[in-house]
Design a protein around this ligand. Structure first.
Ligand SMILES: [N-]=[N+]=N[C@]1([C@H](N)O)O[C@H](CO)[C@@H](O)[C@H](O)[C@H]1O
Length: 814
């Protein structure tokens, strides 16, 4: 007898259908007969929300009135994905919804598809924040997600006729957005600029201008916990948005200048991933949401108190800084405590250090934010003063520890002309963690070595995770049902390590065949999805091989496309016999930051290789390549369950963790990858025999750098590589234009900083091993099932439990 513990609301289908009709009537003002799918989507969303309000209120009051320390997750990005299906699952209303909308004359899929996916993030960091607030609510831990409601999220990506990326604004708020509740009565004032003056011996900041931070609240329902947390995203508004006097002088544009200046702050998400943005508006965004959120937290936890005892603040809530983007929060809390609540420096510092913790998400020096002191001084003059004083205190502390001047010089937070935010976060908080075991070790051994030597107890690791609710249950219902059948319970959805119970079933050929059938059904579904969304005809009788992630040189999409070109050439000139060709379809999905020249050229190359290969009758049915436009959460939820082979081929020591790798393993794809980021832990847990490993280790990479890396040597050494690079250079993929990719080829042969050429031979060699196994579907699927069975560790619930134990020292509400 299979145990089903999934939440199921007592509401009947008929009652839920009536609730939708009521919403259609009173909020959409249409009859059920007139209603469109978009109307029913909004009505159903509001009906679900209404079922969550009581738990939301209860969670808030238990949080404020109880003794359970809450968690505040500060993040400039929350890549939430579509909300309706997730809310239905956690509210236990999925079946009622499916039946109710059919009763209203619609297909559930059409209503779900009517939702516009919010894209308030760039990639892994933003999606991790979304998975983490889902797990916090599902574990019953009181928490706030704090961020920005950008009017425009990550750009929409299309390709022009030459395969170049074209970016267009993301108008996600153009239609009614039923999930966010805008709360004008709980706004906060955020100020900028001006000067600092002495008044009665006290420092007083006289800002030059202010904006109104208005919260837009999103419910974050937990799975099975009965708890509903809050995601509070701030939108910027102007206090005096319209200058009537100027308007009356027919200076219409000037009349709205104040409004534009203010609203600009939450206008758009900066589209850079793993690269710092040095723009003033970016710093304004960071200070805007952090200042509003800290004042909001004091309002929430000390309701109505004019002079609250803020020495208890760190017991009320602990804040996680999601990368360096919210680190200005450290001098901001100091300013609030000293200037607004008259605490002395030492008390303020003690409170601040206990309140914050910092997660570093990168190893790339260019991604660590360093703000010009002049910019902070101009925009936030009081904060620069406080940062200088924090740095003085810090240097004194280091001297007290007997640390030498040269080291202190290297560790300076304030260097005279710049402020190093990662150093401020490390000194200003209680804990620092990396996002995978290898990453956290490299932080201690390299990136933050001086700090780890001085403050070893601050450094810890919390390996990333993903929520199984969205990335297995919603994305892969076929696999979910099979897992529940195999385990005899659906409890794995809130305790993912129960997947280990599938290990014995990997030796049961019948069960493995059922697993294979699920994968084939998902491939069939994706063929239909691809036809509907991209107009392409994918051959489902091929190996589905996927590489989806942001376009960045360290992730090495270049290695993948060179291997594809090599394969194409081998088929074309008969180097590989027809029988030896294993039909493969390669799917790419990747957005490049608009200003990232070589990344955009790589996208153009991939699109043109796709054009040539897919229109070449000599390779039809043997090799196909697609760059699917506008990679987003929806595409991930459809492509990951259909994928058989996932690419995690970054240069060792560059990908902090990766989280796509976890989603693919949990959905029964095998991984070809390097010993980088969380790949290391995935391989350890699924078994080396169930993972295709290739390439240099971190140590071998470091040796290459030390010895002086010459990419041309590898170009000359491997004829497969030489041929592939030459085909890129000779115009084969650019209608004969030999200059089209010249900058890319030149970079490969003269610089190749992330050593694509050095790892090419190993990568090309392992393809044979992959194809040999794929010719034995039972063995392939047995290994794929063992990936699922042994990947329960990569649940974001486990990550949150690690944060609770190692960093936050709190837990679920009673
Ligand atoms: N920024 N940032 N960092 C990243 C990703 N690009 O968003 O954070 C992700 C979440 O921690 C990591 O998985 C990934 O390796 C890392 O590069």
């Amino acid at each position: 007898m299979t145990e089903i513990t999934a939440p199921k609301s007592p509401v009947t289908t008929a009652e839920f259908a009536d609730e939708i009709r009521e919403q259609l009537k009173y909020t959409q003002n249409v009859t059920a007969e007139q209603a469109t799918a978009a109307d029913v989507y909004v009505a159903a969303s509001k009906a679900v929300r209404n079922h969550l309000v009581d738990s939301w209120f209860k969670t808030q009051s238990d949080m404020v009135n109880g003794n359970t320390k809450a968690v505040g997750y500060f993040s400039a990005e929350f890549l939430m994905g579509k909300q309706l299906e997730n809310a239905l699952l956690n509210a236990g209303l999925t079946e009622q919804f499916d039946e109710a909308v059919k009763e209203l004359g619609f297909q559930p899929k059409d209503i779900v598809d009517a939702e516009y996916e919010p894209g308030l993030g760039n990639g892994g960091l933003g999606r991790l924040a979304a998975c983490y607030i889902d797990s916090l609510a599902s574990l019953g831990v009181p928490a706030f997600g704090y961020g920005i409601q950008y009017k425009y999220g990550i750009f929409k990506q299309t390709f022009d006729e030459n395969g170049k990326q074209v970016e267009t604004p993301d108008y996600w708020l153009n239609n009614e957005e039923p999930w966010g509740h805008i709360d004008y009565n709980r706004d906060q004032k955020v100020s900028f600029g001006g000067e600092v003056v002495e008044e009665n011996g006290k420092k007083v900041w006289k800002p030059a201008w202010s904006v109104r931070a208005v919260p837009v609240d999103y419910m974050v329902p937990g799975y099975e916990s009965g708890r509903v947390n809050t995601l509070r995203l701030w939108t910027a508004k102007s206090y005096d948005e319209f200058d009537l006097l100027t308007f009356n002088k027919s200076e219409y544009l000037d009349a709205v200048k104040p409004q534009v200046k203010a609203e600009n702050i939450s206008k758009i998400l900066y589209p850079e991933d793993s690269t710092k943005v040095g723009k003033e508006l970016r710093l304004e965004q960071q200070y805007f949401f952090v200042s509003a959120s800290l004042h909001d937290a004091i309002r929430v936890f000390y309701p109505g108190e004019a002079k609250p005892d803020l020495t208890t603040f760190p017991n009320k809530i602990t804040f996680q800084l999601n990368d360096t983007h919210p680190v200005i929060g450290i001098p901001e809390l100091m300013r609030i405590l000293i200037d607004e609540y008259d605490y002395d420096w030492d008390t303020a510092w003690s409170i601040t250090q206990k309140t914050f913790n910092y997660t570093c998400h990168t190893l790339l020096p260019e991604a660590l934010e360093v703000w010009p002191a002049s910019l902070i001084g101009e925009l936030l003059p009081r904060h620069l003063e406080i940062i200088k004083k924090i740095n003085e205190q810090f240097e004194d502390e280091l001297k007290g520890k007997g640390i030498d001047d040269a080291t202190i010089e290297r560790m300076r937070i304030y260097t005279g002309d710049s402020v190093r935010m990662a150093y401020l976060a490390t000194y200003g908080g209680s804990y620092v963690n990396g996002v995978a075991a290898l990453h956290s070790q490299l932080l201690k051994d390299v990136t933050l070595k001086d700090f780890s030597d001085a403050y070893p107890d601050k450094f810890t690791n919390v390996t990333n995770g993903v929520t199984p609710r969205r990335f297995i249950k919603l994305a892969n219902p076929g696999l979910s049902d099979l897992i529940t059948e195999g385990l005899g319970t659906d409890k794995w959805l809130s305790n993912l390590e129960l997947l280990e119970g599938l290990v014995p079933l990997a030796q049961d050929d019948e069960f493995v065949k059922k697993f294979a059938a699920v994968k084939n059904a998902n491939k069939h579904n994706f063929v239909a999805f691809a036809k509907q969304h991209y107009g392409i005809d994918v051959d489902e009788n091929t190996l589905f091989n996927t590489m989806v992630k942001r376009l960045h040189e360290y992730k090495r999409q270049s290695l993948k496309i060179l291997a594809v070109i090599s394969k194409y050439a081998a088929i074309k000139n008969g180097t590989v016999s027809a029988d030896d060709i294993l039909p493969r379809t390669v799917f790419f999905g990747a957005k490049a930051a608009p200003g990232y020249y070589l990344a955009k050229m790589t996208i153009e190359l991939i699109n043109n290789v796709s054009r040539v290969v897919n229109n070449d009758p000599d390779v039809k049915g043997k090799l196909a390549v697609y760059m699917l436009p506008n990679y987003n959460i929806e595409m991930a939820q459809n492509l990951i369950p259909a994928t058989e082979l996932d690419e995690q081929i970054s240069q060792a020591g560059k990908e902090a963790s990766g989280t796509g790798n976890m989603k693919f393993a949990l959905n029964g794809a095998l991984t070809v990858g390097t010993l980088d980021g969380a790949n290391v832990e995935i391989r350890e847990r699924v078994g080396a025999e169930n993972f295709f490993l290739f390439g240099m280790t971190v140590e071998e990479v470091e040796k290459q750098y030390a010895d002086g890396y010459d990419p041309a040597k590898y170009y000359e050494a491997d004829p497969r590589l030489k041929q592939a690079v030459n085909l890129v250079a000779d115009g084969t993929f650019s209608n004969g234009d030999r200059n089209a990719y010249a900058p890319l080829v030149a970079d490969w042969l003269t610089k190749d900083w992330f050593m694509t050429l050095a790892d090419f031979s190993a990568y090309a060699d392992i393809q044979g091993e992959i194809e040999q196994l794929y010719r034995d579907p039972l063995e392939w699927n047995r290994k794929a099932l063992l990936n699922v069975a042994n990947s329960g560790f990569f649940s974001s619930d486990r990550s949150i439990e690690d944060y609770l134990e190692r960093i936050w020292h709190t837990g679920p509400l009673a």
